[in-house]
Design a protein around this ligand. Structure first.
Ligand code: C5P
Length: 219
């Protein structure tokens, strides 16, 4: 029958990726990180397109043929020139420019095509911004994760620094997150049939359990 598709959307650092990864693992299906495709095309633009201020979609997309994906046991893994560049895709220069690239309609269409081709091939849990609204409007389950910006900043820093961040560090990170949210705003509305989960005070394990239970109920 039709492959299973679960959409997990939400703002930056709402825990989408790790939640989606964990849900996918529990359900025995693949995780797709749609943001990784935006990051991959941005990563290539940084080395081929010159000053980011003057990037245009045609030049950015000239690198698209260098990006592909393959199935691993647990995920749909984006590749650049056939190599997994996951760590480089999380670097600050990529993170700083990715929203600019994600605003280009032609880039969005290209990412959507990549992600849809993966979802047509296998059962997937996809995380992103517009998965339940645009990429897979017919997904069997749509979840929208929200969390307080301070809490999102704190969690991201704990992940990055592997220690307890100071209030000053959290304040700075919060500012950056809020700025990225504003740039991403157009893509970040929940689908009408999405289930919103506020994760500010919920442990990741509880979120995952809740989504897995919802997924099992749809099957
Ligand atoms: O999820 P992640 O933070 O890796 O996404 C990086 C960027 O890619 C986001 O800030 C956003 O600009 C863009 N994005 C998007 N739509 C998606 C996934 C990511 O616009 N479905």
């Amino acid at each position: 029958g039709t492959p299973l598709t679960i959409a997990i959307d939400g703002p930056a650092a709402s825990g989408k990726s790790s939640t989606a990864q964990w849900v996918a693992q529990k359900l025995g299906v693949r995780h797709v990180d749609s943001g990784a495709f935006y990051r991959a095309i941005t990563y290539l633009a940084l080395s081929t397109c010159g000053d980011p201020e003057s990037w245009v979609a045609d030049d950015v997309l000239a690198n698209a043929p260098r990006i592909s994906w393959r199935l691993t046991e647990r995920s749909v893994l984006p590749l650049i020139d056939d190599i997994d560049q996951d760590t480089a895709l999380r670097d600050a220069p990529v993170t700083r420019q990715v929203s600019r690239v994600a605003q280009m309609l032609a880039v969005r269409e290209w990412v959507n095509q990549m992600v849809r081709s993966a979802g047509a091939a296998v059962d997937v849990v996809v995380d992103g911004r517009d998965i339940g609204t645009t990429v897979f409007p017919d997904a069997q389950l749509k979840v929208f994760l929200v969390a307080d910006s301070w809490e999102r900043a704190r969690r991201r820093l704990v992940q990055r620094l592997r220690r307890r961040p100071t209030d000053a560090e959290i304040a700075e990170e919060t500012e950056e997150l809020v700025a990225r949210d504003a740039k991403d705003a157009t893509q970040s509305a929940p689908a009408r049939d999405a289930i919103t989960i506020d994760t500010t005070t919920v442990t990741q394990e509880e979120q995952v359990e809740r989504i897995v239970a919802l997924a099992r109920a749809t099957r």
